[in-house]
Design a protein around this ligand. Sequence first.
Ligand SMILES: C[S@@+](CC[C@H](N)C(=O)[O-])C[C@H]1O[C@@H](n2cnc3c(N)ncnc32)[C@H](O)[C@@H]1O
Length: 234
Amino acid sequence: MGWIIPPPKKPAKTRADLARERAAKVQWLIGHGYLKSARLERALLTVPREDFIPDDYRDYAYLEVPLPLPGERATISCPHSYPLFYEPLGLDEGHRFLEIGLGSGYGAAVAREVVGPRGLVVSVELDPLTFAFGRRNLEGAGYHDIVLVQGDGGLGYPEMSPYDRIAVTAACPRIPPPLLEQLVTGGRLIAPVVEGGIQNLVLVEKLLDGTRSRCLCEVLYVPLRGVHGAPAPP
Ligand SMILES: C[S@@+](CC[C@H](N)C(=O)[O-])C[C@H]1O[C@@H](n2cnc3c(N)ncnc32)[C@H](O)[C@@H]1O
């Protein structure tokens, strides 16, 4: 499995074109069984994905492909990734949510809409260029209350823990232990985990006496870097 990224081009679509594509994409996500919850549906209809994409790729905002971002190997994940992660997480109103991999800021904005004013969104990004891009997008879209942290997300962000839900949006060799420590008992974490060269999307539930994990499907994400990332090739 691999992604074919369309060539960069000058943006030509109008706001109205993109709003129509957004509504159609939401229907597509429902029809294909990715999107089930009303809160997430409203969030996906509310956040203009095109405002989180570099101009040269803006017209492709609703295509099912990840698109390149400023920074080293950073991408905005394809549209179905967000319900793919947030539905099994059961992300809901009032949750304290930690995202590893801010990227474009789109996933954080969607999560902000879902958790609402009683919840909290914290997002950590390692790459300084990507971090600046994601922060600019969020500010431009009016999201001023998301806690943005530049650093190694494999270490989590203990300052605002514990979290009810955690999403790791880069592929890791195993679930970083600090993230499990920062999750509440009964909380859920989702991450692409690499095993034998294959990435599986793994859902982990933290129990009183350990964790319960299950593989949901095969996926393809950029590698997690940092202390808990993949070892550098020789
Ligand atoms: C698939 S992209 C994230 C997509 C993002 N959630 C969005 O909605 O646009 C994965 C991101 O993880 C970042 N990343 C990789 N290793 C990281 C680490 N150790 N800590 C924080 N971010 C990391 C990459 O720089 C990249 O921006």
